[in-house]
Design a binder for this molecule. Structure first.
Ligand SMILES: [Zn+2]
Length: 438
């Protein structure tokens, strides 16, 4: 039945299996809610109600439910949340043979230099956002490049698609080729102009985005802190403690700082809306400081493996109570698929004799990611009042999935099979504010 068949515009009733998180799984045994047969009611882009079909249908009359979309073979889940990704690096995904610092000089900076051109920025943003949606990712925290045009192009395309996206201009005033550098002062001014123009417009929000400590002077980091102080609600997005050579370089460049994190801390960059990608090699003091300031870490497993950065100590960060979301980190990462990302996250824990449960992994890719981005009041699950960004998943999308799924005892096993074997092929429908995307 077509969604256009409901006589009230903006209204949809969907029926079928549904899975979402109500809280973090390890802290609450009822944290993940599964319905074999659910009813989902959407109006004007928001969730009105979600529950067991037989119980919830009593709330509606037969006329309303005559327009039900019944998907007994599809699983409804919230849209995935990618907490760290670089849209300009879409064209350099799968670049061979280097670790972080060489990888930046060899591949990243030459590609990013092209984004002074707004046409180029719009074209790549189109490809990037289409790829996110095909993979079921509905919100992302996104690096642009040092050029204001790269942010303009990205936000224009995201706005046209009504997407909830956070992005910002890279701040980088040293240790890179001149075509990808700003200065402390121009970086500050251009960021403020972009904040004035885009932050809070429709579903778009701005992130102050120093690339990482080695490519920003102390003055630039100080001004980044000033931007945060002057613009409450704006995000901070950067990299932290990814690779040993990088950490040694930070120590050399900032001899007065106690640690890598302390460089950011001294500039006033920690807080509820601060998201640090990676955080692989952190001591207990740095973990505690992240937790105390309610800062978040974006875990990027395919990138950590591909660039050879290290094994993410998930348990240690969880013990400190740090907010953790998942990131694909394309182009350092190798897949736009959050399912493939979770598959690699599981293997990284296996190498450390830790079992990552499918519920915990699913949480980090949905409600946990929303919490890491301080958006858990708006997205991340099917709670009434939230924005209706959600997916229909075809558990039988490939012959192997179809065969394997018939042996699954329960939804937990099916969820683990999904995150281990699936990719974009299972995403049958991505909905933004209740509307299927083409
Ligand atoms: Zn990155």
């Amino acid at each position: 039945m077509s969604i256009h068949s409901h006589p009230v515009p903006g209204t949809r009733f969907l029926r079928g299996p549904l899975l979402h998180c109500l809280a973090e799984p390890d802290k609450n045994t009822d944290a993940t809610e599964y319905f074999n047969d659910a009813l989902l009611h959407i109006k004007d882009g928001y969730i009105v109600a979600c529950g067991d079909y037989q119980s919830l249908k009593q709330s509606y009359d037969d006329h309303q439910l005559a327009y039900l979309e019944h998907h007994p073979d599809k699983l409804m889940i919230p849209g995935f949340i990618d907490c760290h990704v670089h849209y300009p690096q879409t064209e350099m995904i799968a670049a061979h043979g280097t670790q972080l610092l060489d990888w930046l000089n060899t591949y990243t900076f030459p590609v990013e230099a092209q984004f002074a051109d707004i046409e180029k920025s719009r074209d790549v943003a189109e490809v990037f956002l289409q790829e996110l949606l095909r993979n079921g990712t509905t919100t992302a925290l996104v690096f642009c490049t040092v050029h204001s045009e790269s942010v303009e192009g990205f936000f224009q395309v995201a706005q046209a698609r009504k997407l909830r996206m956070i992005a910002g201009k890279v701040l980088m005033d040293r240790h890179a080729p001149p075509e990808v550098l700003d200065t402390a002062e121009t970086g500050y001014q251009q960021s403020q102009q972009l904040i004035n123009k885009w932050h809070g417009v429709d579903r778009l929000q701005y992130a102050v985005t120093p690339r990482f400590a080695p490519t920003s002077s102390s003055e630039q980091l100080r001004l980044a802190g000033q931007l945060l102080a002057d613009n409450p609600g704006v995000y901070l997005h950067t990299h932290l403690s990814e690779n040993y050579d990088e950490i040694a370089w930070v120590k050399e460049l900032f001899p007065a700082a106690d640690s890598y994190l302390d460089v950011y801390d001294q500039a006033g960059l920690l807080g509820r809306r601060s998201v640090f990608a990676h955080g692989i090699h952190l001591c207990d003091d740095q973990c505690q400081r992240l937790a105390d300031t309610d800062s978040a870490i974006a875990h990027c497993p395919t990138s950590n493996l591909f660039i050879g950065s290290g094994l993410f100590p998930l348990k240690k960060l969880q013990k400190h109570g740090i907010n953790i979301g998942m990131g694909t980190d394309v182009g350092g990462g190798t897949s736009f698929s959050m399912l493939q990302t979770l598959s690699e996250a599981y293997k990284i824990q296996q190498l450390q004799q830790v079992n990552l449960s499918p519920e915990q992994a699913f949480y980090m890719a949905t409600l946990g990611g929303a919490k890491a981005l301080d958006l858990n009041d708006k997205i991340g699950n099917f709670a009434p009042g939230k924005e209706a960004d959600f997916l229909l998943i075809d558990l039988h999308a490939t012959p192997l999935l179809k065969f394997r799924n018939q042996f699954c005892k329960d939804w937990r096993e099916a969820l683990f099979v999904l995150q281990t074997l699936a990719d974009d092929r299972v995403v049958a429908e991505t909905n933004i504010l209740g509307c299927p995307q083409g």
